[in-house]
Write a protein that binds this ligand. Structure first.
Ligand code: NI
Length: 187
């Protein structure tokens, strides 16, 4: 089932999400729905707060990037209760977007490498190190469950420049081809 994606301005996007246990209701169905919702919106990552749930869960599938680099074709993962425990390497700049902030893309500086501990959809524990675009994408989704958004990381001037666009998202004044849920306005 395709779920509406919560837009910038929705309070759930600003909450520090909570851990879940293996008996979380309908977890498998929820994960399936999140992948379906993400694919429908042409995204490569989606975090639970973006569909209105204050829980530490996000999904990533980098398959669309496999055209540029085949190594990304086999990266479909579910991260539950993740904790980034180490950041390393240089700061890297790259343009980012977000399904909750359609129509806005900005250069964001992030750490080159991360070490993350999490459980997968079967509640099997993992402790892994990632670099490249994996690290970029994981940090972006991880920020979501910490109540942070990529627009928090841009300069004051850039923020000023996109202010009216952000206000439009709060009002639901947005042209989006996937289902969204704005704080105000009808959708
Ligand atoms: Ni996002």
């Amino acid at each position: 089932m395709i779920l509406p994606i919560y837009l910038y301005g929705q309070p759930v996007l600003r909450k520090e999400a909570k851990e879940i246990t293996a008996d979380y209701p309908n977890l498998k169905e929820l994960i399936d729905n999140m992948f379906e919702t993400m694919y429908n919106a042409d995204g490569v990552g989606l975090a639970a707060p973006q569909i209105g749930l204050e829980i530490r869960l996000f999904v990533i599938d980098l398959k669309p990037l496999a055209e540029d680099d085949p190594k990304y074709g086999e990266f479909k993962k579910v991260f539950i209760n993740p904790r980034i425990i180490e950041y390393s390497g240089d700061l890297v700049k790259m343009e980012e977007g977000c399904l909750s902030i359609p129509g806005i893309n900005e250069i964001v500086e992030r750490e080159e490498k991360i070490r993350i501990q999490y459980v997968d959809e079967n509640f099997t524990a993992h402790d892994e190190v990632y670099g490249d675009f994996y690290a970029r994408c994981i940090q972006h989704e991880y920020d979501h469950i910490e109540g942070k958004l990529f627009v928090d990381k841009i300069s004051g001037i850039r923020k000023q420049l996109i202010k009216s666009k952000l206000n439009n998202l709060i009002k639901g004044k947005v042209n989006c081809r996937y289902r969204v849920k704005a704080l105000n306005g009808k959708h």
